[in-house]
Design a protein around this ligand. Structure first.
Ligand SMILES: C[S@@+](CC[C@H](N)C(=O)[O-])C[C@H]1O[C@@H](n2cnc3c(N)ncnc32)[C@H](O)[C@@H]1O
Length: 305
Protein backbone atom coordinates (compact mmCIF):
# COMPACT_ATOMS: atom_id res chain seq x y z
CA UNK A 1 0.00 0.00 0.00
CA UNK A 2 1.39 3.41 -0.98
CA UNK A 3 0.65 6.54 1.01
CA UNK A 4 2.40 9.85 0.43
CA UNK A 5 2.57 12.01 3.56
CA UNK A 6 2.20 15.82 3.50
CA UNK A 7 0.74 15.90 7.02
CA UNK A 8 2.45 13.75 9.67
CA UNK A 9 0.89 12.07 12.72
CA UNK A 10 3.12 14.20 14.98
CA UNK A 11 1.81 17.39 13.36
CA UNK A 12 -1.78 16.21 13.88
CA UNK A 13 -1.13 15.26 17.53
CA UNK A 14 0.48 18.65 18.27
CA UNK A 15 -2.31 20.52 16.49
CA UNK A 16 -4.91 18.51 18.42
CA UNK A 17 -3.34 19.58 21.75
CA UNK A 18 -3.20 23.21 20.56
CA UNK A 19 -6.84 23.06 19.45
CA UNK A 20 -7.94 21.72 22.85
CA UNK A 21 -5.99 24.54 24.50
CA UNK A 22 -7.72 27.03 22.14
CA UNK A 23 -11.14 25.42 22.92
CA UNK A 24 -11.85 24.90 19.21
CA UNK A 25 -11.57 21.49 17.47
CA UNK A 26 -11.53 21.50 13.66
CA UNK A 27 -13.12 18.81 11.51
CA UNK A 28 -10.04 16.65 10.86
CA UNK A 29 -9.80 15.52 14.52
CA UNK A 30 -13.22 13.86 14.26
CA UNK A 31 -11.78 11.04 12.08
CA UNK A 32 -8.44 10.56 13.78
CA UNK A 33 -8.73 8.10 16.70
CA UNK A 34 -10.08 4.53 16.50
CA UNK A 35 -13.12 5.66 18.55
CA UNK A 36 -13.85 8.45 16.07
CA UNK A 37 -13.56 6.07 13.11
CA UNK A 38 -15.94 3.63 14.76
CA UNK A 39 -18.47 6.43 15.52
CA UNK A 40 -18.12 7.85 11.99
CA UNK A 41 -18.78 4.46 10.40
CA UNK A 42 -21.91 3.97 12.52
CA UNK A 43 -23.14 7.46 11.57
CA UNK A 44 -22.37 7.26 7.87
CA UNK A 45 -23.95 3.79 7.45
CA UNK A 46 -27.38 5.55 7.55
CA UNK A 47 -26.67 8.02 4.76
CA UNK A 48 -24.94 5.35 2.61
CA UNK A 49 -28.34 3.63 2.30
CA UNK A 50 -30.18 6.87 1.42
CA UNK A 51 -27.54 7.68 -1.20
CA UNK A 52 -27.44 4.28 -2.91
CA UNK A 53 -29.58 5.43 -5.86
CA UNK A 54 -27.52 8.61 -6.37
CA UNK A 55 -24.28 6.62 -6.54
CA UNK A 56 -25.70 3.91 -8.77
CA UNK A 57 -26.81 6.73 -11.11
CA UNK A 58 -23.42 8.44 -11.02
CA UNK A 59 -21.54 5.17 -11.47
CA UNK A 60 -23.67 4.45 -14.56
CA UNK A 61 -22.57 7.83 -16.00
CA UNK A 62 -18.89 7.54 -14.99
CA UNK A 63 -17.66 6.07 -18.27
CA UNK A 64 -19.46 8.62 -20.48
CA UNK A 65 -18.42 11.54 -18.23
CA UNK A 66 -14.79 10.54 -18.67
CA UNK A 67 -15.23 9.53 -22.34
CA UNK A 68 -12.81 12.25 -23.53
CA UNK A 69 -10.07 11.27 -21.03
CA UNK A 70 -7.14 9.72 -22.88
CA UNK A 71 -5.80 6.55 -21.22
CA UNK A 72 -5.91 6.03 -17.45
CA UNK A 73 -8.55 8.07 -15.54
CA UNK A 74 -7.07 9.74 -12.43
CA UNK A 75 -9.73 9.80 -9.67
CA UNK A 76 -8.72 12.25 -6.92
CA UNK A 77 -11.01 12.30 -3.89
CA UNK A 78 -10.69 15.18 -1.38
CA UNK A 79 -11.74 13.96 2.08
CA UNK A 80 -12.11 10.42 0.71
CA UNK A 81 -12.85 8.76 4.05
CA UNK A 82 -13.22 5.01 3.57
CA UNK A 83 -13.79 5.67 -0.12
CA UNK A 84 -17.03 3.67 -0.35
CA UNK A 85 -18.72 6.10 -2.79
CA UNK A 86 -15.49 6.53 -4.78
CA UNK A 87 -15.31 2.77 -5.21
CA UNK A 88 -18.70 2.74 -6.95
CA UNK A 89 -17.23 5.05 -9.61
CA UNK A 90 -13.95 3.10 -9.84
CA UNK A 91 -15.81 -0.21 -10.28
CA UNK A 92 -18.10 1.32 -12.94
CA UNK A 93 -15.08 2.62 -14.88
CA UNK A 94 -13.51 -0.81 -14.71
CA UNK A 95 -16.66 -2.57 -15.94
CA UNK A 96 -16.78 -0.10 -18.85
CA UNK A 97 -13.23 -1.19 -19.76
CA UNK A 98 -11.57 2.06 -18.58
CA UNK A 99 -8.47 1.89 -16.42
CA UNK A 100 -8.48 4.21 -13.38
CA UNK A 101 -5.90 5.23 -10.81
CA UNK A 102 -7.26 6.21 -7.42
CA UNK A 103 -5.83 9.01 -5.25
CA UNK A 104 -7.74 9.26 -1.96
CA UNK A 105 -6.74 12.44 -0.07
CA UNK A 106 -7.44 12.57 3.67
CA UNK A 107 -5.92 13.56 7.02
CA UNK A 108 -6.91 10.25 8.61
CA UNK A 109 -4.26 7.55 8.22
CA UNK A 110 -6.74 4.81 9.17
CA UNK A 111 -9.37 5.91 6.64
CA UNK A 112 -6.74 6.33 3.93
CA UNK A 113 -5.55 2.77 4.54
CA UNK A 114 -9.16 1.53 4.19
CA UNK A 115 -9.71 3.54 0.99
CA UNK A 116 -6.49 2.23 -0.61
CA UNK A 117 -7.10 -1.36 0.51
CA UNK A 118 -10.68 -1.25 -0.83
CA UNK A 119 -9.56 -0.02 -4.24
CA UNK A 120 -6.75 -2.58 -4.39
CA UNK A 121 -9.26 -5.35 -3.54
CA UNK A 122 -11.09 -4.23 -6.69
CA UNK A 123 -7.81 -4.43 -8.66
CA UNK A 124 -7.48 -0.68 -8.99
CA UNK A 125 -4.09 0.95 -8.48
CA UNK A 126 -4.15 3.41 -5.55
CA UNK A 127 -1.89 6.05 -4.05
CA UNK A 128 -3.17 7.60 -0.80
CA UNK A 129 -2.26 11.21 -0.02
CA UNK A 130 -2.21 12.18 3.66
CA UNK A 131 -2.81 15.91 3.57
CA UNK A 132 -4.77 18.76 5.07
CA UNK A 133 -7.45 19.74 2.58
CA UNK A 134 -8.14 22.99 4.47
CA UNK A 135 -4.72 24.11 3.22
CA UNK A 136 -4.86 25.53 -0.36
CA UNK A 137 -1.21 24.44 -0.77
CA UNK A 138 -1.93 20.81 0.21
CA UNK A 139 -5.02 20.77 -2.04
CA UNK A 140 -2.98 22.00 -4.98
CA UNK A 141 -0.15 19.51 -4.32
CA UNK A 142 -2.67 16.66 -4.10
CA UNK A 143 -4.41 17.78 -7.31
CA UNK A 144 -1.07 17.96 -9.12
CA UNK A 145 -0.47 14.25 -8.50
CA UNK A 146 -1.77 13.91 -12.06
CA UNK A 147 -2.18 16.18 -15.06
CA UNK A 148 -5.61 17.25 -16.40
CA UNK A 149 -8.01 15.76 -17.30
CA UNK A 150 -8.81 14.40 -13.84
CA UNK A 151 -11.99 13.30 -12.07
CA UNK A 152 -12.18 15.09 -8.71
CA UNK A 153 -14.62 14.08 -6.00
CA UNK A 154 -15.50 15.79 -2.74
CA UNK A 155 -18.50 13.98 -1.31
CA UNK A 156 -20.34 12.99 1.88
CA UNK A 157 -20.93 16.71 2.64
CA UNK A 158 -17.18 17.09 3.16
CA UNK A 159 -17.56 20.70 1.95
CA UNK A 160 -19.97 21.38 4.85
CA UNK A 161 -17.20 20.67 7.37
CA UNK A 162 -15.32 23.80 6.23
CA UNK A 163 -16.26 27.41 5.57
CA UNK A 164 -17.90 26.69 2.19
CA UNK A 165 -17.34 30.19 0.78
CA UNK A 166 -13.56 29.84 1.18
CA UNK A 167 -13.21 26.09 0.64
CA UNK A 168 -15.09 25.94 -2.66
CA UNK A 169 -12.79 28.62 -4.09
CA UNK A 170 -9.71 26.58 -3.08
CA UNK A 171 -11.20 23.42 -4.63
CA UNK A 172 -12.31 25.24 -7.80
CA UNK A 173 -8.76 26.59 -8.20
CA UNK A 174 -7.61 22.95 -8.67
CA UNK A 175 -10.16 22.31 -11.45
CA UNK A 176 -8.70 22.97 -14.90
CA UNK A 177 -10.20 22.77 -18.39
CA UNK A 178 -11.12 19.14 -19.10
CA UNK A 179 -11.37 18.17 -15.40
CA UNK A 180 -14.63 17.04 -13.79
CA UNK A 181 -15.62 17.67 -10.17
CA UNK A 182 -18.34 15.67 -8.38
CA UNK A 183 -19.36 17.47 -5.21
CA UNK A 184 -22.32 17.07 -2.87
CA UNK A 185 -24.00 18.92 -0.04
CA UNK A 186 -26.53 18.36 2.71
CA UNK A 187 -29.83 20.12 2.06
CA UNK A 188 -31.23 22.31 4.82
CA UNK A 189 -34.60 20.84 5.78
CA UNK A 190 -35.53 22.69 8.96
CA UNK A 191 -34.63 21.80 12.55
CA UNK A 192 -33.44 18.21 13.08
CA UNK A 193 -32.96 16.62 16.48
CA UNK A 194 -29.42 15.15 16.65
CA UNK A 195 -29.40 11.34 16.69
CA UNK A 196 -27.51 9.27 19.29
CA UNK A 197 -25.01 8.36 16.52
CA UNK A 198 -24.40 12.06 15.80
CA UNK A 199 -23.85 12.79 19.48
CA UNK A 200 -21.39 9.88 19.83
CA UNK A 201 -19.50 11.00 16.69
CA UNK A 202 -19.21 14.60 17.91
CA UNK A 203 -18.13 13.56 21.41
CA UNK A 204 -15.60 10.91 20.29
CA UNK A 205 -12.44 13.15 20.14
CA UNK A 206 -13.07 14.26 23.74
CA UNK A 207 -13.89 10.71 24.87
CA UNK A 208 -10.61 9.53 23.32
CA UNK A 209 -8.83 12.07 25.54
CA UNK A 210 -10.46 10.84 28.75
CA UNK A 211 -13.59 13.04 28.98
CA UNK A 212 -16.68 11.11 30.15
CA UNK A 213 -20.25 11.87 28.96
CA UNK A 214 -21.30 13.02 32.44
CA UNK A 215 -18.34 15.45 32.65
CA UNK A 216 -20.47 17.96 30.79
CA UNK A 217 -23.15 18.54 28.17
CA UNK A 218 -23.25 18.66 24.38
CA UNK A 219 -25.17 21.50 22.74
CA UNK A 220 -26.24 21.58 19.08
CA UNK A 221 -27.39 24.90 17.61
CA UNK A 222 -28.64 25.71 14.11
CA UNK A 223 -28.63 29.22 12.70
CA UNK A 224 -28.57 30.95 9.30
CA UNK A 225 -25.24 32.28 8.04
CA UNK A 226 -25.95 35.92 7.18
CA UNK A 227 -23.38 35.96 4.37
CA UNK A 228 -25.57 33.97 1.98
CA UNK A 229 -29.31 33.40 1.75
CA UNK A 230 -29.97 29.67 2.15
CA UNK A 231 -26.71 28.90 3.98
CA UNK A 232 -27.14 27.43 7.48
CA UNK A 233 -24.64 26.32 10.09
CA UNK A 234 -25.05 23.73 12.84
CA UNK A 235 -22.57 24.39 15.63
CA UNK A 236 -21.79 21.83 18.30
CA UNK A 237 -20.10 22.52 21.62
CA UNK A 238 -19.26 20.84 24.89
CA UNK A 239 -19.71 22.63 28.22
CA UNK A 240 -17.86 21.24 31.24
CA UNK A 241 -20.08 20.49 34.26
CA UNK A 242 -17.07 20.22 36.58
CA UNK A 243 -13.37 21.13 36.61
CA UNK A 244 -11.57 18.76 34.22
CA UNK A 245 -8.03 18.04 33.06
CA UNK A 246 -7.64 16.95 29.42
CA UNK A 247 -4.40 15.18 28.49
CA UNK A 248 -3.16 15.36 24.87
CA UNK A 249 0.29 14.97 23.28
CA UNK A 250 1.95 14.84 26.73
CA UNK A 251 0.28 18.08 27.86
CA UNK A 252 -2.21 18.55 30.67
CA UNK A 253 -4.87 21.17 29.97
CA UNK A 254 -7.31 22.31 32.62
CA UNK A 255 -10.91 22.97 31.58
CA UNK A 256 -12.82 24.80 34.30
CA UNK A 257 -16.45 24.10 35.14
CA UNK A 258 -18.68 26.14 32.79
CA UNK A 259 -15.98 26.48 30.07
CA UNK A 260 -16.89 25.48 26.52
CA UNK A 261 -15.05 23.74 23.69
CA UNK A 262 -16.29 24.38 20.15
CA UNK A 263 -16.62 21.10 18.26
CA UNK A 264 -16.84 20.63 14.49
CA UNK A 265 -19.60 22.50 12.67
CA UNK A 266 -21.67 21.49 9.65
CA UNK A 267 -22.95 23.71 6.88
CA UNK A 268 -26.26 22.92 5.22
CA UNK A 269 -27.55 24.52 2.02
CA UNK A 270 -30.71 25.18 0.08
CA UNK A 271 -30.37 23.93 -3.52
CA UNK A 272 -30.29 27.54 -4.72
CA UNK A 273 -27.51 28.50 -2.30
CA UNK A 274 -25.46 25.44 -3.35
CA UNK A 275 -25.91 26.32 -7.04
CA UNK A 276 -24.89 29.95 -6.44
CA UNK A 277 -21.81 28.83 -4.51
CA UNK A 278 -20.62 26.57 -7.33
CA UNK A 279 -21.42 28.86 -10.26
CA UNK A 280 -21.46 32.58 -9.39
CA UNK A 281 -19.03 32.29 -6.49
CA UNK A 282 -16.56 29.61 -7.60
CA UNK A 283 -16.77 29.96 -11.40
CA UNK A 284 -17.81 26.38 -12.12
CA UNK A 285 -20.52 25.14 -14.50
CA UNK A 286 -23.00 22.49 -13.32
CA UNK A 287 -23.54 19.87 -16.03
CA UNK A 288 -25.72 17.52 -13.96
CA UNK A 289 -27.46 17.61 -10.60
CA UNK A 290 -28.95 14.69 -8.67
CA UNK A 291 -31.22 14.98 -5.65
CA UNK A 292 -31.18 11.93 -3.33
CA UNK A 293 -34.42 9.95 -2.87
CA UNK A 294 -34.90 11.34 0.66
CA UNK A 295 -34.26 14.90 -0.58
CA UNK A 296 -31.44 15.41 1.96
CA UNK A 297 -28.46 15.44 -0.42
CA UNK A 298 -27.77 17.17 -3.70
CA UNK A 299 -24.86 16.01 -5.86
CA UNK A 300 -23.51 18.19 -8.67
CA UNK A 301 -21.25 17.28 -11.57
CA UNK A 302 -19.20 20.38 -12.47
CA UNK A 303 -16.64 21.57 -14.99
CA UNK A 304 -14.64 24.77 -15.29
CA UNK A 305 -16.95 27.48 -16.71
C1 LIG B 1 -17.82 13.87 6.04
S1 LIG B 1 -16.44 12.78 5.81
C2 LIG B 1 -16.76 12.19 4.16
C3 LIG B 1 -15.98 10.95 3.80
C4 LIG B 1 -16.30 10.32 2.44
N1 LIG B 1 -16.01 11.20 1.33
C5 LIG B 1 -17.72 9.83 2.37
O1 LIG B 1 -18.49 10.31 1.55
O2 LIG B 1 -18.07 8.93 3.16
C6 LIG B 1 -15.12 13.93 5.65
C7 LIG B 1 -13.76 13.34 5.38
O3 LIG B 1 -12.84 14.43 5.26
C8 LIG B 1 -11.68 14.16 6.03
N2 LIG B 1 -11.18 15.46 6.52
C9 LIG B 1 -11.78 16.32 7.38
N3 LIG B 1 -11.03 17.42 7.56
C10 LIG B 1 -9.91 17.23 6.80
C11 LIG B 1 -8.76 18.01 6.57
N4 LIG B 1 -8.60 19.23 7.10
N5 LIG B 1 -7.82 17.52 5.73
C12 LIG B 1 -7.97 16.28 5.15
N6 LIG B 1 -9.04 15.51 5.34
C13 LIG B 1 -10.00 15.98 6.15
C14 LIG B 1 -12.12 13.27 7.16
O4 LIG B 1 -11.05 12.50 7.67
C15 LIG B 1 -13.21 12.45 6.49
O5 LIG B 1 -12.70 11.29 5.93
Amino acid sequence: MNIEVLLTETEIADEMAESIAARDLPEKFFYWTPLSIQSWKALSARSEEALRETWEGLAAKAASLTGAFPGVVPVISFGAGEGLKDREVLKALKSAGKEAKYFPVDASQALLEMACAGAEDDDCEALGIKADISSPMHLMLAADVSEAPRLFMMVGNTLGGFDPLDQIKHVAACVHKGDILILDANIHAGAIEPSEEQKRFVFAPLAAHGVAPDDGALEFMAKPDDRLDGLHIITRRFQAARDLTIRAAGREMPLARGERILLNFRYLFTQEAFRWLLTEHAGLRIVAEILSGDGRFVTAVCIKA
